[in-house]
Design a binder for this molecule. Sequence first.
Ligand code: ADP
Ligand code: MG
Length: 623
Amino acid sequence: MGRTIGIDLGTTNSCIAFSDGGHPTVIQSKSGSRVMPSVVAFSAKGERLVGLVARRQAITNPRNTISSVKRLMGRRYSEVVDQVDTVSYEIVENTNGDAAVRVMDRVYTPPEVSAIILQKLKQTAEEFLGEEVTDVVITVPAYFNEVQREATKAAGKIAGLNVKRVLNEPTAAALAFLEPKGKTRIAVYDFGGGTFDISILQVVEGVFEVKATLGDTSLGGDDLDTQLVNWIMAEFLSDTGIDLNKDAIAPQRVREAAERAKCELSMAQETDINLPFIATGESGPVHLEIKITRKLFEELAGDLIRKTIPLCLDAVSDAGMKMEDLDHVVLVGGSTRIPMVQQLVEETFGRKPAQSVNPDEVVALGAAIESSVLTGQRKDLVLIDVTPLTLGVETLGGVMTPIIQRNSPVPTRNSRIFTTASDNQSVVGVHVAQGERDLIDGNRSLGTFELRGIKPAKRGEPRVEVTFEIDASGILNVSARDTSTGQKQSIKVNPSGGLSSDEIERLKKEAAANAEADRRRMKLVGLRNESDEAIYRATKTLKVAREELEKESWEELEAAVKELKKLRDGDDALILGKAISTLRSLTDSVAKLVAVFESDEEQAAAEFLESMTDGSEEETPEE
Ligand code: ADP
Ligand code: MG
């Protein structure tokens, strides 16, 4: 088995790490960056841009730049309608009711977009390690439901990766933070760009046990930005009468400035937002200049930040602990740099949060540690995770009947016996859902299936055993069995966050083809640069040759320059490569001829000079 890589596939930023002899190291890109923005963009020419380059061109190409796609992973369109106006790209409802994005008349599912990010990370890892990378551990927010986890796995498959484990982010953070010796209890408070998670873990002699996990998958730094953006837009409207929301580019500029201001306010008490030429009014261009204080930011964002606190209290009580039982509170995620967040955490947990880990890298490092556990490199750790949400089936009256309670350790399995509601009923429908509400409607539906061929009997007599099984990645399998006939039906719940395995295969091929196309494009870009350099050198040589040599010694070179200029923008790398080497060797031979000619000239000149100075060897110094 090759090396396994740990990937923190974040809403805002992603990070990769690998393990060597059980020690995790962050993988840097060629340009030395340790995290990559989780941004994908499509240029007008149909090129795909990923990471920093995609983020940099976001302002000028907002419609075709996709950020925070993780917020759409495994979601129904109806669940994300409130996000539609907060992003610059187009979120649409896919034919199956799932959320998707439309870019230049093509609909992409969230796993496809995530796969583009993963492909880039894979490539970075391969460049760094000098070997092919396929086996990975990918982290997800602990509070991700089944569908979101499956969607993440699907993304990995599309990118050509073998996802060995889907690991919860806080668990990963704990793996990287704690020594596996002794007994420790910690809270991991993870507030990133798109999600909030709180987990309580206990480690006893290398056994990492998640005791409880709670969270909110639609609460993150992005939402704090939205608060600021709305306020700025409203101020601007009341000052100038101009609604910036109507503009194509302004909202993206404001959002970017708001995020920057938010980050600055983590250090400073106040900051300025300056956006020249943001709009055009009746009397010419209008600029946006606004001062924002930390106090104002806290007023705008305070309610959202405070929403994390009751979740912390519940998680500790779910874990069967009191605040005093905890040994550490670890902060993860960029949004924990906000002073108000740190202060609230300190007040809630009654202790200063640990600052010893880098909140941007700790999750990827933990994922790499888990990968070394899976490959057997590390044997001193065992991980026991929990399922974040209750799983159950629908019973009479639309009631949610739990089969596996939230915060149950995984892997796990549990069965319950159900029966029929009417006489001679031969089919039972099994509707699987996930969530904490008593009625099925309030929870996330994971899928339905039917158990047919039940032996005719009075209502209430047949015994149908429904079994839920969750594997170590938190992926659910459900089966139903008629105990009298042995008739059995099972589903792997919602196979891949809305994608069938055929679709995944198709998308995988497409992604590989795209990677190939990207490689070809990069090669052509390189060859064009080489062409320019070769043409430049040839032209210089030609200029001298024209003055000093017969036409027959340079006319072939002249023709080759013309030829290469013609081929330069073509798409055939092979022909272009050949033309470049032809031109180079012609240039070399003409340059040699010129040199010979010049040295002959020099020789003649030297002889001439010698004859003038009467063979005297010393030059007369001149003043
Ligand atoms: P994710 O795990 O969701 O990818 P990160 O942990 O990278 O997210 O955190 C990204 C979020 O953190 C963004 O919303 C970003 O604006 C915010 N952030 C980063 N640095 C700071 C800072 N100094 N102050 C406030 N927020 C910050
Ligand atoms: Mg994160």
